[in-house]
Design a protein around this ligand. Structure first.
Ligand SMILES: CC(C)(COP(=O)(O)OP(=O)(O)OC[C@H]1O[C@@H](n2cnc3c(N)ncnc32)[C@H](O)[C@@H]1OP(=O)(O)O)[C@@H](O)C(=O)NCCC(=O)NCCS
Length: 166
């Protein structure tokens, strides 16, 4: 099934679809620190910056529609330029079919090829599906950030995870 879904480096013509997918996942209020997508101009600027700056950013495309994304932003300060920060999401209906694994593997391969040494991320502790995926591709638990997220007046803890390339 997922063979029909292509994993592609993001292009400017994906921006609208990328923003739409991000908005859908953000509005679920369960997974991301965004609760809605940024405006289209900001999304376009983000994608342009990723393309120009060589930050790995892939999208999953099914029948011309962006159904997921994964990106790694390289640290902007000199002493953190070997590190990248990963974010990803897949819209409902396309989860639990191995697409997350395909996306993250492609983006990690690109990060490694770009010479990054460390990739890190944060996930809400109750997001067991995401944490399981990150463990499977080699991330290790590095600690819990207590009350790192507040949504609808409730606090949630985040797990910090990191992966070092050999
Ligand atoms: C998290 C997410 C990216 C995972 O992608 P996915 O396509 O649904 O996951 P996959 O089908 O690739 O599954 C990945 C692996 O985790 C396993 N897995 C899934 N849920 C699991 C769970 N609750 N416990 C243990 N393992 C689990 C799968 O069996 C699979 O293992 P395998 O590759 O050995 O078969 C996707 O579900 C998603 O976007 N969720 C909502 C947004 C989100 O959580 N974003 C991340 C924020 S940190």
């Amino acid at each position: 099934m997922t063979d029909e879904i292509r994993i592609e480096p993001i292009r400017e013509d994906h921006v609208e679809g990328f923003r739409e997918a991000l908005d859908i996942v953000a509005r679920e209020r369960k997974y991301l620190i965004f609760l809605e997508a940024p405006p289209i101009e900001a999304s376009l600027a983000y994608v342009r910056d990723n393309i120009a700056g060589g930050h790995p950013h892939m999208v999953a495309v099914a029948d011309g529609k962006v159904v997921g994304w994964c990106d790694i932003r390289r640290g902007s300060r000199n002493a953190e330029a070997h590190c990248g920060s990963l974010g990803m999401g897949i819209i409902p209906g396309y989860r639990d079919r191995g697409l997350g694994r395909r996306l993250i593997t492609a983006v990690l391969d690109a990060a490694r090829a770009a010479g990054m040494h460390r990739v890190e991320l944060n996930a809400r502790v109750e997001n067991s599906r995401a944490i399981a995926l990150y463990e499977k591709v080699g991330f290790e638990h590095e600690g819990i950030a207590r009350h790192a997220v507040k949504i609808d007046g409730r606090y949630f803890d985040s797990v910090k995870m990191g992966l070092l390339f050999d």
